[in-house]
Design a protein around this ligand. Structure first.
Ligand SMILES: *Cc1c(COP(=O)(O)O)cnc(C)c1O
Length: 464
């Protein structure tokens, strides 16, 4: 064994303790440090050369603390409101550490109970979102991968209807495909590109006036004009204004038209936890496939999402990984046959930990506190003459812009000026350049909302 490696092995408990201290210090500093630090003024960073002889874990810890940690964002903290970004609850963090400690490849029954733990966690998540036992689920790395997996199953369903098998014969066997959606997330187009259906298969359907929710009557007409079976992507929580399609109205269209219903509920599914907002997800169970992200509002570390479907048989047709040593699929296929990945870490463990530690009530409280934070920031910005809200705060996102002259350059300057105190990200909504503040971190309090509002007002004055 390499001498440094052997020395590290001999002191492993000490090194874990040093790592624990580094972690605790980083977490304790989250509130005070810049949310997104400014890059150093010194010359641009050049990669350090690969060391010929290493100097061990302790020196790597020091080098990381000196050179990299201060330049990372505080995205684990309470005022990082860009994109839709969750943190990691204490239990989720513990679960994530132990995932690496056990270093499982939880993809088959040949080895340990990893995939049984994953299946138990999936049943908890199904319960959390009000899905019935007709849905099975698998863990994937994020909502993009969940959407891709759901649409891959949709592709196989189209083949079943048309008497061909895209998984055996290729997507071309289907001929032209139409994927109808009101305001789909950008990852849907990416998934269609990956799946050989093509970005152009995505057909936009009009939304309701002044909304991002699809117009069910327009969807009805679009389906009537579609030759052959189609795919509908319903949106349960758009990223700009967190608008929800009427999932029950869409599902009811199946009485007249044949289509696969995929619902992208990446973070909107968590509305099901709040009694005041659960109606937004009514009808979710009728979907043929559902995407939910976990590294957003469940507050587990990156990278984690779940993919639900009512047609695991089609899922296994797409993703089966035939190999002499893996055995037949059977009634409960091993996870290796269900997602694009073969090997994967015991990704479910962080979700298992946080659900086991805090339960439905603990996670309901996080969701409701974040919604209240979004509403409070919305009211505060609405009361400031420099700002204008572009949509009502429907759930956990505030979509706003400058009341006067909201050019992309001015908005970028505002973000830049505020970013050490609060981080928000740019967007364009209904043709207007805008900003989004998204609340999905378990740490955020009303005091953070006041700091964020103050920082945004100050930054806006600076750009006038
Ligand atoms: C975040 C998000 C995605 C993509 O999620 P990743 O985890 O970044 O892959 C897809 N759809 C919606 C609605 C999202 O909010």
């Amino acid at each position: 064994m390499d001498r440094t490696l052997a020395a590290d092995l001999a002191r492993l408990p000490d090194l874990l303790e040093a790592t624990r201290r580094t972690a605790a210090d980083a977490l304790a500093a989250l509130d005070a440090r810049p949310v997104v630090p400014r890059p150093p003024a010194s010359p641009p960073h050049r990669p350090e050369p690969l060391p010929r002889h290493g100097s061990g874990t302790e020196s790597a810890l020091t080098a990381f603390a000196d050179r990299w940690a201060p330049r990372l964002s505080a995205s684990a903290g309470p005022r990082y409101l860009g994109f839709v970004t969750g943190g990691a609850t204490p239990a989720a963090l513990a679960g994530d550490w132990l995932t690496s400690v056990h270093d499982q490849n939880s993809n088959s029954a040949l080895d340990g109970a990893g995939q049984d733990l994953e299946r138990e966690t999936v049943t908890w998540l199904r319960d959390l979102f009000g899905l019935s036992g007709a849905h099975t689920g698998t863990f994937v790395s994020g909502a993009t991968m969940s959407n891709t997996t759901g649409l891959a199953i949709a592709r196989e369903w189209l083949g079943e209807r048309l008497g061909v098998s895209p998984s055996e014969d290729g997507a071309a066997a289907l001929g032209p495909v139409r994927v109808l959606s009101g305001a789909p997330h950008s990852s849907i187009a990416k998934a269609l590109s990956v799946l050989g259906l093509g970005r152009r298969s995505l057909v936009p359907v009009p939304t309701l006036p002044g909304r991002e929710a699809v117009d069910p009557a327009a969807l009805d007409r679009a389906l009537a004009g579609t030759p052959g079976p189609a795919v509908v992507v319903a949106n349960a929580g758009t990223v700009n204004t967190v608008d929800f399609d009427d999932l029950r109205a869409i599902a009811a269209l199946r009485e007249r038209h044949a289509f696969w219903l995929h619902t992208d509920a990446a973070f909107g599914a968590f509305a099901a936890l709040s009694p005041d907002h659960a109606h937004l997800t009514a009808g979710l169970d009728a979907s043929d496939s559902v995407c939910v992200d976990l590294h957003k509002w469940l507050n587990v570390p990156y990278d984690s999402a779940v993919q639900f479907t009512r047609r695991q048989d089609l899922q296994a047709r797409v993703f089966q990984n035939a190999a002499a040593y893996l055995g037949p699929l059977g009634e409960h296929p091993d996870l290796v046959h269900l997602t694009p990945e073969n090997s994967h870490r015991l990704r479910a463990l962080a979700a298992w930990f946080t659900l086991r530690a805090y339960g439905r009530e603990g996670h309901r409280e996080i969701v409701e506190r974040d919604i209240a934070s979004a509403r409070a920031l919305g009211s505060s910005l609405e009361a400031a003459p420099v700002f204008r809200l572009l949509a009502p705060v429907r759930l956990n996102v505030v979509c706003f812009t400058l009341a006067e002259d909201p050019t992309p350059a001015r908005l970028a300057a505002l973000c830049e000026a505020a970013r050490e105190e609060v981080f928000v990200t740019p967007t364009v909504y209904a043709g207007t350049p805008a900003l989004r503040a998204a609340f999905s971190n378990w740490r955020t309090t009303q005091a953070d909302v006041r700091r964020a509002a103050q920082a945004l007002r100050t930054a806006a004055k600076g750009t006038a």
